[in-house]
Design a protein around this ligand. Structure first.
Ligand code: LR7
Ligand code: MN
Length: 566
């Protein structure tokens, strides 16, 4: 009995050993077809399943690990020149007991631990890998502005550019140190081949810093990056290709997420574009459904009303022609709206290229101070964008951000001159052609009488109109003489004032309200629009009174009074 048991154990042991050997042999056998569905559950040790993701077997489990690529001394030597990476990173380190989030609003300990380079997953659609680009693409100057950036994130940004771009496309990397506390952060990096460092003599903010960088750039194409990015496989070629084909295009990659906690590199959705609300708050939003349905090719560009602002490629002469940036904007914020409106309204376009991916550390708070305060700076910058570009639509900005009213924003004369010189389209064109999905807010109706001379406009029955003696005030006013101004409509219950034709003398009548052929109260002479000037007044009468340039009500560009008298 004992013997039988001993034999059984021996047989089982031999079977286990043989099984293990077979398993390992299977594991190391060269794969005939990488996509083979019958692949054994174990992949070979260290086999690369996707760039940056190695799977390692431990016991019987497969543990996915993000592994830092082994140092390639030869390539590194070429990439970094005399730069001493180790000393640079060691020069500034988190002290034991320090809060790793305090200084940069991300986990500095994790960032430092990762080192200066790592493999990341290629997050593009698989079809992107088979696209071809011109072999003679022009080179670009990379412009990175920073204020007190962590050394490890800044260096990873630079090294990812050097490692993942065709060297011939990188003319130079221009760093603008926006008056960081330690000038060495930037200086030392200029030992890396192609890297130049400019330091501001005082804090300028990212807008003026980028203009400074652009002015020294020697390539014909500019590429802007934030100082805590990691560019992904073939990120640059798709963007340069699009700009080379049409220099008026301004292009952005899909911006992947680098976790501020553990620095994991996470793929962002490929179905998003840039949008905003009336307070000029940027947001990612779904591509409109009709456009989504029409997209048969996931590698095609996505038109976007605005760009996030930090990561984009633009032809240098187009950047200069369009007036660079509004350099009266300070520190941070709003410049992406100003640039986006300007590009669209002055003859260019904005797009997101799904085959280009760049990771960015998104933070929940600003890790730096704003000399004038965060809120005031954002208001100043967005007010400038609204005042210069949004025409009568700026009223919705002020309604959404009442605190902006009365806040200083400096002179915009130069930017208005620029807009005129470039012969840019009105914001209405942008609303209708680029961002029709942005809803105009429901407005509070202003209710009053419509007076001409001593008489009031009134309805007789369903749709006929006439002038009659004004009766009653306030709540005692008859319904037939009570009009509501809901820009740009003049409404009475469900019907609105309309004209039968756009010719002088055509009759005014009542029609179902239709915002398409709305009754717009505009002066033909190009004077300020009645609607935007008089929106806050209590009645049309006073409205007319406080608008000295307007002597009577205009409808669809014509004087309501003269039309009526016909
Ligand atoms: O005073 C400053 N000086 C600077 O040089 C303040 C900031 N900076 C630098 C800073 O170091 C960083 O490199 O400017 C860059 C942007 O500042 P962040 O990273 O603190 O801001 P953010 O990532 O929130 O900024 C987004 O919005 C900004 C509005 O002004 C800019 O357009 C940023 O470039 C933009 N970043 C992106 O679009 C990356 C994707 C994030 C999103 C959405
Ligand atoms: Mn950023």
């Amino acid at each position: 009995m004992r013997r039988i048991r001993a034999n059984a154990i021996a047989i089982l042991t031999v079977a286990w050993i043989l099984g293990t050997f077979y398993y390992l042999w299977q594991d190391n056998k060269p794969q005939t077809s990488p996509s083979s569905a019958s692949q054994p559950r174990g992949r070979s040790h260290g086999q690369k399943v996707a760039p940056g993701r190695l799977e390692i077997h431990r016991d019987d489990r497969t543990i996915p690990l993000i592994v830092t690529q082994p140092p390639r001394t030869e390539q590194q030597g070429q990439l970094l020149g005399t730069f001493d990476e180790r000393a640079y990173l060691a020069g500034k380190q988190l002290k034991p007991g320090d809060d790793p989030y305090r200084e940069h609003a991300f986990n500095l300990q994790e960032s430092d631990r990762l080192g200066s380079e790592r493999a990341i997953r290629d997050t593009r659609h698989y079809r992107c890998a088979s696209l071809n680009y011109d072999t003679d693409l022009p080179a670009t100057s990379i412009i990175i502005t920073f204020h007190n950036e962590a050394r490890s994130t800044l260096l990873r940004t630079i090294k990812s550019v050097l490692m993942r771009s065709p060297p011939s496309l990188i003319q130079e990397i221009i760093l603008i140190d926006d008056f960081s506390s330690d000038p060495e952060d930037c200086q030392l990096l200029s030992q890396i081949p192609k890297v130049h460092c400019l330091r501001n003599g005082r804090r300028e903010g990212l807008i003026r810093s980028r203009v400074r960088g652009a002015n020294t750039a020697s390539a014909s194409i500019l590429t802007f990056l934030d100082s805590h990015c990691e560019v992904n496989t073939d990120w640059l070629q798709p963007m340069i290709q699009r700009v080379k084909e049409d220099h008026t295009r301004v292009v952005s990659p899909i911006i992947d997420v680098i976790s501020l906690d553990n620095f994991a590199y996470l793929a962002a959705s490929a179905d998003l574009r840039g949008g905003f609300d009336w307070s000029l708050h940027f947001k990612w939003e779904q591509i409109p459904i009709e456009q989504k349905m029409a997209r048969s090719d996931p590698t095609q560009p996505i038109r976007t009303p605005v760009i996030a602002g930090g990561i984009f490629v633009m032809d240098k002469s187009w950047f200069n022609h369009l007036g660079q940036y509004d350099t009266h904007m300070d520190i941070w914020g709003g410049e992406n709206f100003e640039l986006s409106f300007r590009v669209w309204m002055c003859g260019g376009s904005l797009e997101i290229l799904p085959c280009s991916r760049v990771g960015h550390v998104f933070r929940k708070r600003h890790p730096y101070d704003f000399p004038e305060g965060n809120a005031l700076t954002y208001i100043k910058n967005t007010r400038r964008a609204a005042e210069v570009w949004m025409d009568e639509y700026k009223q919705y900005y002020y309604s959404a951000r009442p605190s902006a009213q009365g806040k200083a924003f400096g002179s915009i004369a130069d930017r208005l001159t620029l807009r005129r010189k470039l012969n840019c389209k009105p914001f209405r064109w942008y609303m209708e052609n680029v961002y029709p999905e942005l809803r105009i807010p429901e407005q509070e109706a202003v209710s009053s009488v419509l007076k001409q001379g001593g008489l009031c406009l009134e309805t007789h029955g369903a749709d006929s109109l006439g002038l009659a003696e004004c009766r009653g005030t306030g709540a005692n006013r008859p319904q037939s003489q009570r009009w509501e101004l809901v820009e740009p409509l003049i409404r009475q219950q469900d019907l609105c004032l309309a004209i039968t034709a756009f010719t002088a003398g055509s009759k005014v009548k009542m029609e179902p309200c239709n915002t398409k052929d709305m009754c717009v109260s505009v002066q033909d002479s190009g004077q300020p629009r009645l609607s935007s000037l008089c929106r806050h007044s209590q009645s049309f009468e006073t409205a007319l009174g406080v608008c000295p340039s307007i002597s009577s009500l205009f409808c669809c560009g014509r004087r309501l009074a003269s039309v009526m008298s016909a």
